[in-house]
Design a protein around this ligand. Structure first.
Ligand SMILES: [Zn+2]
Length: 344
């Protein structure tokens, strides 16, 4: 099956200036994929603008108008770390729309799987608040859209960005149709994502948080995939898997203190692809969240595409971290999460 990617230069118009989340991130990814000759193996999915109705599946109409007005008035800072330029509203509307387009392409079988290379990212944005470099919650919008348009009953969202996706968790906290599973460094921004946060009402148990200690690397991540994520997603039996793919757990990323390598990200992508192949006919959509050192980001995204294409030759130009300390022991954390979520 074909592997799709979403990209459009409109995403570069979200001009953040001297900011870790900047347009060079997507430029680095695209040029790396081109240089590697990978573009010819991928199908371009043209993004469309999300409609106001679609964005309001997650966000209040007043909030959407506010974001539009800030852009019209020249941009500015929305909080201490989230900034907008005049082009940011259009970019954000196309970022949400890009993930909708990717989801449509997968659901309509135009491609087998897809990766939306969009910005601004989305998983910190809540119904009424821009946060953590995010304006609209792209993945939450796409999930709500897919539930409604394709009448799905079960979507799994796997979020391996190093930060907890507070906005995504909030959007589905009481919704049994969406399983939200997150690995994240803890404690770290935004401060949510404790193991006791498991959902509420009908959604109780459909939020699975895996807060990992600083210094966790490939071994720890693969352990929690094996022990928690794989069994919990299998038990849920999703009809579609969406992935908040942030690469800021890479060992060279200075926004966090994790030790994951490009090889580790490729292995995680392989496990997720295996879940999609086994559970939902391969229906799998990745979307870009964080990841800031350009070389690590570009290499990690390329490795993810290689895995989606079924290629086994994964390059890791940055190699493994020099771990100058003892890796954290996460066995009691895994045991506690298994207890909370009734896993064997
Ligand atoms: Zn992040």
């Amino acid at each position: 099956m074909k592997v799709g990617y979403v990209y459009d230069p409109i995403y570069l118009k979200h001009d953040t200036g001297q900011h870790p989340e900047n347009a060079q991130r997507l430029e680095a990814i695209i040029s790396h994929l081109e240089q590697a000759g990978l573009m010819q193996q991928l199908s371009l999915i043209k993004p469309r603008a999300a409609t106001i109705e679609e964005i309001s599946l997650v966000h209040g109409k007043q909030y959407i108008s506010y974001i539009q007005d800030v852009a019209k008035n020249g941009g500015g800072w929305l909080d201490v770390d989230t900034v907008m330029s005049p082009g940011s509203y259009d970019a954000a509307v196309y970022a949400a729309g890009g993930l909708i387009s990717a989801t449509e392409a997968v659901m309509d079988k135009e491609v087998g799987s897809a990766f939306a290379l969009v910005r601004p990212p989305g998983h910190h944005a809540t119904a009424t608040q821009a946060r953590g470099f995010c304006l609209f919650n792209n993945i939450a919008i796409a999930a709500k859209y897919a539930l409604s348009k394709y009448r799905l009953q079960r979507i799994a969202i796997i979020d391996f960005d190093v930060h907890h996706g507070n906005g995504t968790q909030e959007a589905f906290y009481d919704d049994p149709k969406v399983l939200y599973v997150s690995t994240h460094e803890f404690p770290l921004y935004p401060g949510t994502g404790r193991i006791e946060e498991t959902g509420s009402g009908d959604g109780k148990g459909a939020t699975v948080n895996i807060p990992l200690p600083a210094g966790s690397g490939d071994a720890e991540y693969l352990e929690v995939f094996d022990q928690i994520i794989v069994p919990v997603v299998r038990r849920f039996s999703p009809q579609l898997i969406l992935v908040s793919a942030g690469y800021d757990a890479h060992w060279s990323d200075s926004l966090a203190m994790m030790e994951v390598s490009v090889t580790g990200f490729a292995k995680m992508a392989g496990i997720i692809k295996g879940l999609a192949d086994g559970l939902c006919g391969g229906r799998l959509v990745f979307t870009l969240e964080g990841g800031y050192p350009l070389d690590a980001l570009a290499a990690s995204v390329k490795a993810t595409f290689e895995v989606l294409l079924g290629n086994t030759n994964i390059e890791d130009p940055l190699g493994q971290p020099q771990r100058g300390f003892k890796p954290p022991d996460i066995s009691s954390l895994i045991k506690a999460i298994k207890g909370i979520h009734n896993l064997p």
